[in-house]
Design a protein around this ligand. Structure first.
Ligand SMILES: C[S@@+](CC[C@H](N)C(=O)[O-])C[C@H]1O[C@@H](n2cnc3c(N)ncnc32)[C@H](O)[C@@H]1O
Length: 230
């Protein structure tokens, strides 16, 4: 099943579409998985299941997704997965990623594609990456969403500066960061490189201001300008 067909079968409420990855992002995931022949997949953060549906359709096999808050989404992700006919391949873990990821590690599970789109706080993303790194096979990929956020930028920068067993892979979509694991982590216990970055400071401030409560002509103009530029 191709992305166009998936999009025609799944339901994402228009008023909460900001929760979901975009169609271009879903198509990118689909293309990455099919072109690289990836099949052992995992994601943190299910939302309405857009990424899950594209991952499942791309591999045609089992996929694990972790999310403790599906009830806030009326379990629509599960309905969407069923709508594309992948219910039996879907392993949904309704819990926090910091509970499930260590369990998967203990079970000896290994993956070749991990999508991190769950808790978007810095420490939440870093913990997801910490376990993703341990769960990822050599030559596997880890993909981060929402790089407009400072938290995501700082985790990416940590990887770039400290984890020399990862290479950043060029990605045409600016809200994604993609890394490939290329070996073992050989840092010694004293290793540390500063990883501060100023990337996305302005974008992050602007978007959080634009989406904050309260109305003003300046805010309305900025929102209008963003829509026009899109
Ligand atoms: C932006 S949405 C994910 C969107 C989804 N990947 C898609 O395809 O559109 C973020 C999700 O992360 C979930 N989440 C928040 N904290 C989490 C945590 N600690 N562990 C796992 N999921 C979490 C939320 O419930 C929400 O469904």
């Amino acid at each position: 099943m191709q992305p166009e067909e998936i999009n025609s079968l799944i339901e994402i409420p228009a008023e909460r579409s900001f929760v979901s990855i975009k169609a271009t992002e879903a198509a990118f995931i689909y293309e990455l998985i099919t072109s690289q022949h990836l099949s052992k997949t995992l994601e943190t953060g299910l939302g309405f299941g857009n990424s899950a549906c594209h991952i499942l359709a791309a591999t045609g096999t089992n996929h694990i997704a972790i999310d403790p808050f599906q009830k806030d989404y009326d379990y629509l992700a599960l309905k969407n997965v069923a709508a594309i006919g992948c219910k039996d391949q879907f392993d949904f873990r309704e819990d926090y990623s910091h509970h499930v990821l260590p369990q998967l590690l203990k079970e000896g599970k290994q993956f070749d594609f991990i999508f991190i789109d769950g808790d978007h706080k810095f420490d939440g993303i870093l913990v997801d990456f910490y376990y993703a790194d341990l769960l990822l096979e050599n030559n596997g990929y880890v993909l981060f969403h929402d790089t407009w956020m400072r938290s995501t930028q700082l985790v990416s920068s940590f990887i770039e500066k400290n984890k020399n067993n990862y290479v950043a892979v060029d990605c045409p979509l600016r809200n994604f960061h993609l890394f490939k694991k290329v070996g073992k982590d050989n840092r010694d216990g004293m290793h540390f490189k500063e990883f501060y970055t100023s990337k996305s400071i302005l974008t992050y401030r602007l978007i959080t201001w634009m989406t904050s409560p309260g109305d003003s002509w300046l805010k309305r103009m900025a929102i209008r300008l963003k829509e026009v530029l899109k």
